[in-house]
Structure formats: C-alpha cells, structure tokens
Design a protein around this ligand. Structure first.
Ligand code: NAD
Length: 318
C-alpha cells in the first residue's frame, strides 16, 4: 500500500476506508473484512456514531494476529460541540475508549464550526443537537484555541498527527500563522464537480497533505436523498469519465479515485462489498494521461454537496 509522508514524520496510507454511513448492523465485520482485504487506514469520526463498532472490528483483527495496532492508521474527527479547550480532551478520550486504543494516528477538526457544548452523558454523539431541541446554538471559540488544545494532546501522546477538515484557504492561512504544530492533513470534498485547485495547490505547497472525501461526487449524498445530489448527473455515468475508463480498461470509480491519487491526494472511498473494496484499493496500477486531466478539469462546476449552509446558513464556503 503506497503512503504519503506527513509533516509530522508519520506515513499515512494513500488509500483508506471511509467509515461514514457504514451500516451499523455489519460495521465491525466490514472493518475486519477491510483489514483482511489489505486496508490499513480507517477514516472515522465521532459524528459517524460508529466508533465502538469500528473499534470492535479493529480489535478482532488485532486479536487474531492479522495486524498489529502500529500497522493501522486510525483517523477520527473532533465534532463541532467540543471545540472549547476544556472539552477537546473529553471528546478525544471518548473516541479512544470507543476505538479501544490509546492513541489515534490522525485527529482532525471536523468543521470550522463551533456548536454549544453538550455533555457527553446528555447525548453522544450530539450531531446537530446543541442542548435546546432542534435549535442550533453556538460558542465563540477561535480555531487557534481548539488547535492549541490539540497540540497539547499530541505532546501527551494521545494523537500522532493533527489536521483540519472542511477548512477554506483563509482559515488555513490563519491557523498556520498561530500553530506551533503545523496541520499535517487537510481533508476536503474533492471530485470533478468540485475541484478547488487553488486550495489544493496552497495546502500542498505548505507541506499539508490533502485527503479527498466523497470522491464519487453526488453518489454518497444520493443515499441521503439530498435534492442537489438527486438532481446532479452521476459521475459514474459521465461521458468523459466513462470514455477515460474505457480507454484504460478500468472502471469509472477507479478513474475518479486515480484522478486524486495521481496528484498525491489521499483517498478514502467507502464501500460495503469485497469486490468494490478491491477495486477501490487497486487504483495505483494505471496512470491517467495529460489529456485525461485536461478533460476532467472541464467538469468542474464548483458544486459542493457537504455544506454547513444547508444546516443553519453557516457561511464557511461563501
Ligand atoms: P464516496 O464518494 O466514497 O461514495 C460512497 C458511495 O459510493 C457508496 O454509495 C458506495 O456504495 C459507492 N461506491 C463505493 N465504491 C464504489 C465502486 N467501486 N463503484 C461504484 N460505487 C461505489 O462517499 P463518502 O462516504 O461521502 O466519502 C468517503 C469517506 O470520506 C466517508 O466515508 C468519510 O470517511 C469521509 N468523509 C468525510 C467528510 C468530512 O466532512 N470530513 C464528509 C464526507 C465524507
């Protein structure tokens, strides 16, 4: 499995398994099966409400001697209700206990959005619950304060690398001005309909590794019945993608993944079946050519599916 060297000194597998919306009834089995299939990076989050199940799958594989803890790269994400420095460690401790590990390899600030703290005993994970029924409520915590709390947890040995997710360029720039430990990873929505070339160029030029999520564009959001995704032509059926796939004898999914991986961007597709797990992992066995990249560049329509504007008109991407 190829890897990407992070600025923290650790190696991050270039292909991982995304844990969002993994069926809870089969989650631990799927994680276990993915490990047996050769996956080593698991991209999870507190908000995915399945870290205990991910931890059970990991434990089974470790107990059976298939892998050691140090062979795995476990990512989790700090949810929006826990940004206050008093609460960051509480949330991380819950993640560590759910995953049954004593450190995570990568911990990301999930969104640059700070909801009001909700005690873990009251609701975990809180999702969009901020303590008052369906109403959103916020806390004024500058990102740098959350970041400083994460830096302490790196020093305490509970996190190996820290990073951010869903950050636009200006916030990343601001974070770099104050961070003692630089972010290792920027995880963003990235597919041919939302290419964000300047953000990616900036991050990579500063030594921040980029991870693409929702590489298949609308596919993941169709599962949520999102109107925007339902009204968007699937990337798997796009004529440009299909023609490139036919040219290389690969699937459209593999073209979409290779489009990122060939530019040094990590990928974390989510899949429930072994044939797709294998298909998604086997994306570094061919190269797209210059013409393929030029043709895919034309598909960019700046169409974002995961946007906090949809939650409560939170303008992080406007
Ligand atoms: P994805 O782009 O990986 O798409 C998943 C969908 O594609 C599923 O319906 C799956 O069945 C299908 N699929 C998978 N492999 C396929 C193949 N080879 N051929 C055809 N269909 C295939 O979507 P995603 O889950 O949104 O993103 C991947 C991961 O990224 C998530 O699981 C999560 O870990 C992470 N993520 C992070 C954030 C964030 O805010 N940081 C947001 C969304 C996702």
């Amino acid at each position: 499995m190829p890897s990407i060297k992070l600025n923290s000194g650790y190696d991050m597998p270039a292909v991982g398994f995304g844990c969002w919306k993994v069926d809870v009834d089969t989650c631990s089995e799927q994680i276990y099966r993915a490990i047996k299939t050769g996956y080593r990076l698991f991209d999870g989050a507190e908000d995915y409400a399945n870290e205990k199940l991910v931890g059970a799958g990991v434990k089974k594989a470790i107990d059976e001697g298939i892998v050691k803890r140090e062979d795995l790269f476990l990512t989790s994400k700090l949810w929006n209700n826990y940004h206050h420095p008093d609460n960051v460690e509480k949330a991380l401790n819950r993640t560590l206990s759910d995953l049954q590990v004593d450190y995570v390899d990568l911990f990301l600030i999930h969104f640059p959005v700070t909801f009001k703290f909700v005690p873990l005993e009251e609701k975990y994970p809180p999702g969009f619950y901020c303590g008052k029924g369906d109403n959103f409520d916020y806390e004024d915590v500058p990102i740098l304060e959350t970041w400083k709390a994460l830096e302490k947890l790196v020093k305490a040995g509970k996190i190996r690398s820290i990073g951010v997710s869903n950050f636009p360029g200006a916030l990343l720039l601001d974070l770099l001005r104050g961070a003692t430990i630089k972010p290792s990873v920027l995880q963003v929505e990235h597919h041919p309909y939302l290419q964000q070339p300047r953000l990616i160029e900036f991050a990579q030029s500063r030594g921040i590794a980029v991870t693409a999520y929702s590489s298949f564009g609308p596919q993941s959001f169709v599962e949520l019945n999102q109107g925007r995704a339902l009204n968007t032509s699937p990337l798997f059926e796009n004529e440009t993608i299909k023609a490139i796939a036919a040219k290389h004898g690969k699937s459209p999914a593999q073209v979409l993944l290779r489009w990122s991986s060939q530019r040094g961007i990590a990928i974390i597709p989510k899949s429930n079946t072994v044939p797709r797990l294998l298909e998604n992992k086997d994306v570094n066995s061919f190269d797209l050519d210059e013409q393929d990249f030029a043709d895919i560049a034309k598909l960019d329509i700046n169409l974002r599916f995961n946007d906090p504007w949809d939650w409560d008109k939170i303008p992080i991407f406007v």
